[in-house]
Design a protein around this ligand. Structure first.
Ligand code: ZN
Length: 135
C-alpha cells in the first residue's frame, strides 16, 4: 500500500484555460475578465501557440490553495464549454499534470514527456488581479 499523501504537498494550483479558434478565444477573453474581477490570482500571458506540455492555445491562472474552494466551482459554472485543466503544484510536475489533475469541460491531450518527475514545488505566483466583485 502507498503512504497517504498529505495536502501539505500542494504548494499552489494552476488552471489552464484552453481555446481553439476565434469563437473560443472570445469566450476565453470573457472568462479572463470575469476571473480578474472576482478572484485574487495571477493571470498568465496569452499563449496563442502550444507551449510546454500544452497542445492547444491557453492561458494560465496561478492561485493559492485557499482560493481553490471558490474559484474551481465558479469555473465549473462559467467555463462556457471551454476545456480547463486544474492541477496541483507539488514536487512532481509529470504526476501533477497526467495523473492527479481535474478537468472542467472536455479533457484534452497533455504532452507528459516534456515534464519532469522531480522539481521544486511552485508556490502561487504574485497576484496581478484586483477583484471588486464577489463570486
Ligand atoms: Zn500548469
Amino acid at each position: 500500500m502507498n503512504d497517504v499523501r498529505t495536502l501539505s504537498e500542494i504548494a499552489s494550483y494552476h488552471a489552464h484555460v484552453y481555446y481553439a479558434g476565434p469563437g473560443e478565444r472570445q469566450r476565453a477573453e470573457w472568462l479572463r475578465q470575469r476571473i480578474a474581477e472576482r478572484f485574487r490570482v495571477r493571470l498568465g500571458n496569452w499563449r496563442d501557440e502550444p507551449v510546454g506540455p500544452h497542445e492547444q492555445a491557453m492561458y494560465q491562472v496561478s492561485f493559492a490553495t485557499e482560493i481553490f474552494a471558490t474559484l474551481v466551482p465558479w469555473l465549473m459554472l462559467n467555463h462556457g464549454g471551454l476545456s480547463i485543466l486544474i492541477h496541483p503544484n507539488t514536487t512532481n510536475p509529470k504526476r501533477d499534470h497526467l495523473v492527479d489533475p481535474i478537468w472542467i469541460g472536455r479533457q484534452l491531450a497533455v504532452k507528459g514527456e516534456v515534464l519532469g518527475d522531480e522539481d521544486e514545488a511552485e508556490a502561487a505566483l504574485e497576484v496581478n488581479t484586483e477583484p471588486t466583485l464577489g463570486a
